[in-house]
Design a protein around this ligand. Structure first.
Ligand code: AMP
Ligand code: MG
Length: 336
């Protein structure tokens, strides 16, 4: 089959109709969501979905999330039990993906052959406008090349996928910057497959006990997609707690002739006045986890561009959004 090379452009909100036309024609369009930019294809068209795997270089056994315009649009796609309906009522539109038993209407390729389907209704106005305009469920993983950080700006998508996809809808910087929470409701007990901006403690009142993937291993194997770390930068990611340990790690790196980059809190930066400004990728304001989450993936891309050998990152407490941040940091460091 001849490969089409697209003149990929970044277009503003008025382009929703053009984007919907491409999707209806079986092509790929990148669009903003509140979490990260997504790479969309008609979820009911196996050939269109295959283009997502090809463009991203995504392994065929890593399932996709399907995005819908409203809860009613989820009904023909998966079996929604009472808990799913309650969670949809409460958290949709928003950054919560639910894994549910898949209906036959959805081609196997979307779920990498699994009997389940991951579903989400995003809250970004452009994503909703696009879903409504095309009238289709959209399979949409993050719009990056496999193994690169998820895109949080339209320029990130362009870097990775220009020429491969029809167009990029420009919604500016995303709101959250980390991928959605993924909650598996297909088994006996809910399992939190991926932490995100909808936190475990927000879900708990509805779900009772929520298992983590490790707990579930005994029950049945984890979803195939779980074995892929989202992103391992070229630089070594060193996770360190607090200003004293940051200084120690820095000195160790310097002795080895390395000038690492830093991602740390402003509080710790103030305790390290000797740190050269050009080595600081990000200093997040005290306790502002939203700010940290929002900038993290951009920082990783920047570190790669700068050819960094090491990034020293200050850890955060694993509560609320901190759990999602630490999850992505560990993956970046190859720790999980
Ligand atoms: P991405 O869209 O790139 O953020 O990745 C989607 C992730 O959602 C996958 O890597 C899986 O971990 C998860 N996922 C999607 N579909 C399923 C499914 N049917 N069962 C379990 N996990 C899923
Ligand atoms: Mg992804």
């Amino acid at each position: 089959m001849k490969k089409t090379v697209f003149n990929t452009r970044i277009l503003s909100a008025e382009a929703v109709k053009e984007a919907a036309d491409w999707l209806k024609a079986g092509e790929l369009v990148a669009f903003p969501t509140e979490t990260v930019y997504g790479l969309g294809a008609n979820a009911l068209d196996a050939a269109a979905v295959a283009k997502i795997f090809a463009a991203k270089g995504r392994p065929a056994d890593n399932p996709l999330i399907v995005h819908v315009a409203n809860p009613a649009a989820a009904e023909p796609l998966a079996r929604l039990g009472p808990l799913a309906c309650q969670l949809m009522d409460t958290f949709w539109p928003g950054p919560l993906t639910l894994v549910l038993p898949r209906q036959k209407l959805v081609p196997d390729i979307v779920s990498a052959g699994l009997p389940t389907l991951a579903l989400r209704m995003p809250r970004h106005p452009l994503a909703l406008a696009l879903l409504n305009e095309c009238g289709l469920p959209l399979a949409a993983p993050s719009a990056n090349l496999s193994g690169r950080p998820s895109p949080t700006l339209p320029g990130h998508v362009f870097e990775d996928l220009a020429g491969q996809i029809a167009l990029i809808l420009d919604g500016g910087p995303v709101e959250i910057g980390l991928e959605s929470t993924v909650l598996d409701l297909s088994g006996k007990q809910p399992v939190l497959l991926r932490p995100g901006a909808v936190t475990r403690s927000q879900l708990q009142p509805f779900c009772g006990e929520i298992l983590l993937p490790d707990d579930r291993h005994q029950e049945r194997p984890a979803a195939p997609g779980m074995k892929y770390s989202h992103y391992a930068p070229k630089a070594q990611v060193l996770l360190v707690k607090g200003a004293d340990d940051l200084r120690q790690e820095w000195q160790k790196n310097q002795k080895e002739g390395c000038s690492p980059l830093f991602i740390l809190s402003q509080e710790s930066l103030e305790k390290l006045p000797e740190l050269p400004g050009e080595q600081v990728l990000l200093a997040w304001p005290a306790h502002n986890m939203e700010f940290f989450a929002n900038k993290l993936f951009s920082c990783f891309r920047q570190a790669d561009k700068l050819g960094a050998k090491a990034i020293i990152v200050e850890t955060v407490p694993e509560t609320g959004l901190g759990r999602a941040i630490m999850n992505r940091l560990r993956k970046a460091g190859g720790i999980v």
